[in-house]
Ligand binder design. Structure first.
Ligand code: FES
Length: 271
């Protein structure tokens, strides 16, 4: 980092690659001012507007909600709209940007997420409601909400998926993002297909393919724990018949708060 007046300047190293014209990726460096509060995404916008309009990246919300800006910063996946530039300088005052690993590069920092979304759809991420939908509302207890472990906060950024060492080997694996969504639906007392969902996950490329390396936890910008969700799904896969029975019983009283005593072990996968 060097100073230009009172504002330090830093180097942004970007892995560039345009498959239409480049034989292989190469590095390009840009210098930007590291003003207070500037994010890495802000720096990329500045580079694109003032230095090289061909630098390509994705972004939409700029508020860590849409997940489109996920990239690899100094070897770690993160949301660059939520990453202050000054917090990610290496010893030489540089920030190194690569596209998300293990995915085909469309251009520069933009990757092809086709397999990511295919696996997501494979787990049927939507709620499958029962026939007896309550007239007014589903009543879900605080314990049932707690059992979901904030899984609904996933923004589908792909940071976990592209940090997963199994995904590095095979795109047949469902992946931590889709398994976290499956966990959310299986544990949701309003969902009426937990047994079918668990049967779908009971395969070589399902819950048993996870090697429990924990990279997904480390990469998640929302602090979620896909590994724990996968562990819970493994336990529920084994006792899916009993779990479905408990779910049917629960759904007879969807318009009422429930007594969770005796039902909680099934809700939390027997933990
Ligand atoms: S731009 Fe939406 S999460 Fe970063």
């Amino acid at each position: 980092m060097t100073t230009n007046g009172s504002v330090p300047t830093v180097t942004i190293r970007i892995q560039r690659f345009n498959p239409d014209v480049d034989k292989k990726p190469y590095w390009q460096e840009f210098t930007v001012k590291a003003t207070q509060g500037k994010t890495i995404l802000d720096a990329l916008h500045e580079i694109k507007e003032e230095q090289d309009g061909s630098v390509t990246f994705r972004r939409s919300c700029r508020h860590a909600i849409c997940g489109s800006c996920a990239a690899n910063v100094n070897g770690r996946n993160m949301l660059i709209c939520d990453a202050p530039l000054r917090d990610h300088l290496d010893r030489k005052g540089r920030v190194t940007l690569r596209p998300l690993p293990y995915l085909p590069v469309i251009k520069d920092l933009v990757v092809d997420r086709t397999t990511f979304w295919e696996q997501y759809l494979r787990v049927r991420p939507w709620l499958i409601p029962p026939d007896n939908i309550p007239e007014k509302e589903f009543r879900v207890s605080p314990e049932e909400v707690a059992a979901l472990r904030n899984a609904e906060r996933c923004i589908m950024c792909g940071a976990c998926y592209s940090s997963c060492q199994v995904i590095a080997l095979t795109k047949e694996y469902i992946g931590p993002h889709a398994l976290l969504k499956a966990f959310l639906r299986v544990l949701d007392p309003r969902d009426s297909a937990p047994r079918e969902r668990l049967e779908d996950l009971d395969r070589g490329d399902g819950v048993y393919r996870c090697h429990t390396i924990f990279n997904c936890i480390d990469a998640c910008p929302k602090g979620l724990n896909p590994t724990a969700a996968i562990e819970t799904l493994r336990k529920l896969v084994i006792k899916r018949v009993a779990f479905e029975e408990a779910r049917r019983e629960r759904q007879r009283r969807l318009d009422q708060p429930i007594e969770v005593v005796g039902e909680a072990p099934l809700l939390s996968g027997g933990e």
